[in-house]
Ligand binder design. Structure first.
Ligand code: SAH
Length: 394
């Protein structure tokens, strides 16, 4: 087994549960190929754990195990998936929800492996090509523990479609039947159709489930604007919670169409609401101010890497300031950010700046991170990517 000497200052982080070692922070891993299991050694060649190697990623090593009795291999993958599955069974209300994350990579100690379940259809997505040589073993473990109707491989995150994608990375059925074009799921009783093949991420943004539920609780009587609405999750929640009229705005025409269909699926009359395929920034510019009692802003990440953070801060502030100008006095702003490079304290500062720009002081009602099916190691701030803030505007 190839071995790598971990610098002293990093062994502490590995022991504390940080799952990543960057290529530029460790010596070259001699003779290892992508997918190999590598022994991590500390001072005096003392073994400190095992990691999986990716020759082409800036994250060269993802830590699989740090305990002496844990040997990486199919039995460990299975145990990790079993533990994750049990955690979901005991922390989620599965009587009203059948769409959730079964396995959250780093947070479930299988770094780089994500499995989402949509009403019996499992979707597997990998953050690193290192897992490709282990795909058969992962498949067997998922089938054994989760027993899905189908297991669909969504490919590598960040990967674009097209012919240049090697066959091993192409989306395909790994087990069971072909997933239907639309999987119908329930989230706290709310119904949605999910396209696991063509949808964003694995089909849906499951990490906002509890925040959609919160919106459902506070939306009664509030005219609502949902910016970056995708397939209408927050919009449906608002309408089911009693918002008389919900305006959904997304750039993707097919997402807007799906949102309209999802309204009908929940016996909500789409004609009573507005569905707009448009750029959210342009929409805000063209709209006269203060026309809504609740504005939801859940944009895609503005900071894909650390260098983009400064520009992203300014962009988040400007966007939220424009959104805030649409809120009637005493109304609510629900602002989210999913960039791991923007921690919560920074996001709260950004919202202060937005409030200053719009001259609309905010009072916080709720400040939230990921739900329990998206756990993250405490010693891994990069894992706390989701911020959701509900505030009332003066
Ligand atoms: N709130 C959604 C998830 C939003 S994801 C949910 O709970 O399901 C971000 C969405 O922003 C995507 O659907 C994407 O199509 C959309 N988007 C990206 N850029 C946009 C823009 N400039 N204007 C409007 N929508 C945009």
């Amino acid at each position: 087994m190839p071995a790598v000497l971990v610098p002293d200052r990093l062994t502490r982080h590995v022991a504390a549960g940080h799952p990543w070692l960057y290529a530029d922070a460790v010596p070259e891993v001699g003779g290892a190929r992508t997918g190999d299991i590598v022994l991590l050694v500390g001072q005096g060649r003392r073994p400190i754990g095992h990691a999986i190697f990716d020759a082409d990623s800036p994250i060269a090593l993802r830590v699989l195990a740090t305990r002496k009795d844990e040997r990486p291999g199919p039995a460990l993958w299975r145990r990790r998936i079993e533990t994750a599955w049990r955690l979901r069974q005991t922390t989620l209300d599965l009587s009203t929800t059948d769409a959730f994350r079964v396995l959250h990579g780093e947070g479930d100690r299988l770094p780089g492996v994500v499995v989402d379940l949509y009403a019996g259809c499992a979707v597997l997505k990998l953050d690193t090509a290192a897992w490709l040589p282990h795909l058969d073993d992962l498949t067997a473990a998922i089938v054994e523990v989760v027993n899905p109707r189908s297991l669909w491989f969504k490919g590598l995150s960040g990967q674009r479609g097209g012919d240049e994608v090697p066959a091993s990375q192409r989306p395909r059925v790994l087990a069971g039947e072909e997933p239907p074009p639309q999987v119908e799921i329930r989230e706290h009783g709310m119904r949605m159709r999910v396209d696991v093949r063509r949808g964003q991420k694995t089909g849906m943004f499951l990490d906002q489930r509890e925040n959609r539920r919160l919106i459902r609780q506070v939306a009664r009587g509030r005219e609502t604007l949902n910016l970056f609405s995708y397939t209408g999750g927050f919009s449906l929640a608002a309408a089911l919670g009693g918002a008389p009229r919900v305006t959904s705005v997304d750039l993707a025409r097919n997402a807007v169409d799906a949102a309209r269909d999802n309204f009908a699926l929940n016996d909500l009359d789409p004609a009573a609401h507005a569905f707009v395929a448009a750029d959210a920034f342009a929409f805000l510019e063209q709209t006269a101010g203060a026309a809504y009692d609740l504005v939801i802003v859940d944009p895609p990440s503005f900071a894909p890497n650390h260098k983009a953070v400064r520009a992203a801060e300014a962009a988040y502030a400007r966007l939220n300031a424009s959104a805030l100008r649409q809120v009637r006095p005493g109304g609510l702003l629900a602002a989210a950010s999913c960039s791991s490079h923007v921690p919560m304290d920074m996001f709260l500062r950004i919202l202060s700046e937005a409030a200053r720009q719009a001259r609309r002081p905010l009072r916080l009602l709720e400040v939230r991170h990921e739900p329990p099916d998206h756990p993250s190691p405490l010693h891994f701030p990069e894992g706390r990517y989701l911020k959701f803030v509900l505030a009332v505007a003066e």
